[in-house]
Design a protein. Structure first.
Length: 169
């Protein structure tokens, strides 16, 4: 009877350690993804294309659904061209930020979602201040989290067919 009790106590302790270990691993993964997103935002704000692209998987498996045509960009090369076009279209300073960003992971996959705000003046002198809904899908590859899929969108007023460029609640 004592050996069964001892065995059950050991099982309970081991299960508790396993749950604790998984929780810590998930917290570490979330922290790494938060750092990835912070580095991305910092790079975007200084128009560092290499820093921006460092957040993404560097091959042709990347899929990006951006707010501008075409309907999708396939691969890191196409994504990079998209960002180069955006940066060239805003020759002065820009400011970008993420808000209400939530991250979750399970194993080697994760996702983040929230709002991405972009402020700047385009090459024609038009001021921009827009907010999109953004979702990133992450994959842990060789111990490093990278964005493998990104989807940005504006809400649309179905009565007018116009996009809500400020995306306010």
């Amino acid at each position: 009877m004592k050996s069964i009790r001892f065995f059950l106590i050991c099982v309970v302790i081991l299960c508790g350690l396993a749950v604790s270990s998984c929780s810590q691993a998930q917290k570490d993964d979330v922290s790494q993804i938060q750092a990835l997103e912070k580095n991305f935002i910092d790079a975007y704000n200084v128009k560092d294309i290499n820093g921006i692209m460092a957040a993404y998987v560097p091959d042709e498996s990347l899929i990006e659904f951006d707010i501008t045509p075409p309907r999708q960009f396939v691969g890191a090369t196409a994504c990079r061209k998209d960002y180069e076009g955006v940066l060239a279209g805003f020759p002065g300073p820009i400011h970008v930020e993420l808000s209400d960003w939530k991250i979750d992971t399970e194993g080697n996959l994760g996702y983040g979602h929230g709002f991405f705000r972009f402020v700047g003046t385009d090459k024609d002198g038009k001021a921009w201040d827009s907010t999109i809904r953004l979702t990133d899908v992450y994959r842990k590859i060789n111990g490093k989290w990278l964005i493998v899929h990104e989807h940005g969108s504006f809400p649309v007023d179905l009565a007018t067919g116009k996009a809500d460029l400020t995306s306010k609640p």
